[in-house]
Design a protein around this ligand. Structure first.
Ligand SMILES: Cc1cc2nc3c(=O)[nH]c(=O)nc-3n(C[C@H](O)[C@H](O)[C@H](O)COP(=O)(O)OP(=O)(O)OC[C@H]3O[C@@H](n4cnc5c(N)ncnc54)[C@H](O)[C@@H]3O)c2cc1C
Length: 388
């Protein structure tokens, strides 16, 4: 995957600290860590049934909020594994809990040793924290090296993937000589705030799951069953960084949201949008092309980014919006075109395609694009138009 090659290339020049929770690179660079206050020891068990066709009698995925022993379970981890995660109670030791006899006794209500084998039984300390600073000189942190959260929202690796995507397109521009190192500042600005919000939510959920006091647990259960428990908040958007803002500094909706991933088609051939664009910068518009009135300078920005222009639903030569996912998304937000980043976050939405040229000017400035590079070799050599 090109992203990995880019990251490797940068690692040779400096240090990309994607080396996990105990990051050697983070510690060597003297980047400080902020503990966000949650920890709990959990036993993680992976089990493989002798008969791969057999199903353990349990939900597909579930959380048992039993104060006597909070348990998470997943009937299918990949094709073959079943996973249980069980919280350690006060006084229990990691060594004792991971003993096979102990593990089988904990699994007794679901499976027996004659049914299958234990592939893993290990105690993990679920923690929460974030690096205070994510970049220092040529050192950059990503993944668990930059942030840790308990797994209750299933967002640890997902957050690391968001870091990799966010970093990937920035390093691409810097290493190809199109943008200056300043662009990396917005990596930390964007990702740290976003992931801190995700960590806070994972910790809040963990506090609900990990209750061991029977009275507190019955209050929690009553609130959930009566519908009076607080609603789960919407997943956070990006709020900082390379995003279009109104003149008053407020984020211009839908900037910072994830763009929709639907199907498009031409000549009866359907494809996912990101397969069609290859996942790079793109402008997707309804009924009218968004690149019609671009001046030379704006074409140069589009060219430096390898931006693709996709028109949905207009007459000849455009794409059909299969299932209407893109049209519905834009309609709901009152826009007719979206400028979308390679990490699928929306830089800006527009009410009319005539706004696109000014937004490309703004984007060029925000990305710290180098003027010399923008001037190189003709305006539209890298701009592409997704055509049928
Ligand atoms: C029980 C449990 C359940 C989880 N469930 C989920 C989930 O459902 N969804 C989710 O999104 N996340 C989940 N996570 C979190 C997820 O596993 C991590 O967030 C993710 O693995 C972090 O990836 P990473 O690449 O940043 O770090 P790691 O996976 O720790 O990888 C770091 C790599 O760097 C290598 N390394 C370290 N030091 C050096 C060195 N000096 N030189 C060379 N190599 C080095 C290590 O060997 C390792 O291969 C869970 C975690 C746990 C413990």
């Amino acid at each position: 995957m090109p992203l990995i090659r880019l990251v490797d290339a940068y690692s040779n020049l400096g240090g990309l600290g994607a080396d996990g929770a105990n990051s050697f690179i983070r510690q060597s660079a003297g980047l400080q860590w902020e503990d966000l206050g949650f920890w709990a020891d959990w036993l993680v068990v992976d089990y493989r049934p002798n008969n791969p066709e057999s199903e353990v009698d349990m939900p597909e995925a579930g959380q048992i909020c039993d104060p006597a022993r909070p348990i998470t379970m997943m009937r299918r981890m990949g094709r073959k594994h079943v996973r249980w995660e069980m919280m350690l109670l006060p006084g229990e030791s990691a060594e004792d809990m991971a003993r096979p006899e102990k593990v089988w006794s904990l699994l007794d209500r679901w499976v027996k040793p004659s049914d299958g084998m234990l592939e893993r039984a290990a105690v993990y300390t679920f923690r929460s924290g974030v690096a205070n600073q994510w970049t220092k000189g040529n050192v950059i942190l990503a993944g668990d090296a930059a942030h840790l959260m308990p797994p209750f929202l299933g967002q640890g690796l997902c957050s690391g993937l968001r870091d990799a995507l966010s970093l990937g397109w920035r390093l691409d521009l810097i290493l190809s000589g199109s943008a200056t190192n300043e662009l990396l500042q917005s990596y930390e600005e964007e990702r740290k705030v976003h992931v801190t919000t995700v960590i806070e939510r994972a910790v809040a959920l963990g506090k609900v799951v990990c209750i061991t006091d029977p009275i507190e647990a019955s209050k929690r259960d009553a609130a959930i069953l009566s519908g009076t428990a607080p609603a789960i908040p919407a997943f956070p958007k990006l709020v900082n960084g390379v995003l279009h803002r109104e003149d008053d500094g407020c984020l211009a909706t839908p900037a910072g949201e994830l763009a929709v991933q639907g199907y498009i088609s031409s000549n009866g051939k359907e494809t996912r949008l990101d397969d069609a664009t290859g996942g790079g910068w793109h402008v997707i518009s309804l009924d009218e092309p968004a690149d019609r009135d671009l001046a030379l300078a704006q074409r140069r920005v589009a060219s430096a980014l390898g931006m693709q222009f996709i028109t949905l639903g207009a007459d000849g030569g455009s794409f059909a919006d299969v299932g209407n996912a893109h049209r519905a998304f834009m309609k709901e937000r009152g826009v007719v075109a979206l400028i979308v980043r390679p990490d699928f976050y929306i830089f800006a939405g527009v009410k009319s395609v005539v706004e696109v040229p000014a937004l490309l000017d703004e984007l060029g400035a925000r990305l710290c694009l180098l003027p010399a590079r923008q001037d190189e070799g003709g305006a539209s050599n890298k701009v592409s138009y997704l055509r049928t």
